[in-house]
Design a protein around this ligand. Structure first.
Ligand SMILES: [Zn+2]
Length: 301
């Protein structure tokens, strides 16, 4: 930019530039104590890196804001904080239709967090660099918060699967409690706000699913059932899944609520089978985002 051009800028822009320069200079001159904070995902935030030449109160506010932003950014990258696209809010779905060339699949695990099995599944996913989606039960989250935290810390998506895992018809107040209390415990333990819900047993007509939709949740069913609750041998479990899987599919498995040895045993081979057929693994929010983009592209044409 040459000088002539600079002076052609409107006055308020010049004032703005001057104010910005002044702010930066003052910011450097005010001694800031180097201190660091750890956010809930363990990332440190260096306070002095924030240019906040202001009163202590303002500075603290800025730091808090920055911590929140950093946390959200990191969580977003890890796939744990993603607002679902508008078109899925208040809807029910059991699979998506991605771009034809995109072989995506979502592994989902219900009924945890649960001692031993959730952690075994988490290690398998980590070893294979796979991110999944965990539909947790509120009271399990309360009983095993450390395992719940681990789900999020390792980059998986955590989602709502009611507090009690009841199948019977619930009155509106009870249905609301099932969703709200679980949403709250997930937030309290992990800092994640979820708007993905899976009804226990896939029951859609007993109250909680309708309440969840009214709260703009996306109700997530499945397209490939492992039938792992029947505890089949690993090859059978894998074939149950592979037989019914297609790009955009959602696989139902369980990490809690009972003996899940067959799920743990089958998972590594299942992951390999998917990969050798050209699939890649996505979390539910990623999956919705991908279909949303594909639909947007079609709409533009
Ligand atoms: Zn369940």
């Amino acid at each position: 930019m040459n000088t002539k051009r600079l002076f052609r800028l409107p006055k308020f822009v010049l004032f703005g530039l001057a104010a910005l320069i002044l702010t930066l200079v003052v910011g450097i001159m005010i001694p800031t104590q180097q201190s660091s904070f750890s956010n809930s995902l363990g990332q440190s935030v260096i306070a002095s890196s924030l240019a906040a030449p202001a009163t202590t109160v303002q500075r603290v506010t800025e730091i808090k804001k920055q911590m929140l932003n950093t946390w959200q950014e990191e969580a977003k990258q890890k796939g744990v904080y993603q607002a679902i696209p508008k078109r899925y809010q208040g809807t029910t779905l059991n699979a998506v239709k991605p771009n034809a060339s995109d072989k995506i699949i979502a592994l989902t695990f219900d009924d945890g967090p649960w001692p031993k099995y959730t952690e075994q599944i988490l290690s398998i996913l980590k070893e294979n660099n796979v991110k999944g989606t965990f539909f947790v039960i509120g009271r399990n989250m309360k009983n095993f918060p450390e395992i719940g935290k681990k789900i999020v810390a390792e980059g998986h998506t955590i989602a709502n699967h009611t507090w009690h895992h009841w199948y019977h018809r619930l009155n509106p107040k009870a249905a609301a409690y099932e969703i709200d209390a679980t949403e709250e415990i997930i937030y309290k333990v992990t800092g994640v706000k979820t708007n993905l819900f899976r009804p226990p047993g896939g029951v859609l007509g007993n109250g909680p699913a309708a309440y969840a939709r009214s709260k703009k949740y996306s109700v997530i069913m499945w397209s490939a059932d492992s039938h792992d609750y029947k505890r089949p041998a690993a090859p059978r479990l894998i074939s149950n899944v592979m037989r019914t899987s297609k790009p955009g599919g959602i696989v139902l498995m369980h990490d809690g609520g009972g003996v899940r040895d067959s799920t743990v045993k089958a998972l590594p081979d299942m992951i390999q089978k998917f990969r050798s057929s050209g699939y890649r693994f996505v979390t539910l929010p990623e999956m919705l985002e991908l279909e949303d983009k594909a639909l947007q592209a079609v709409a533009k044409k």
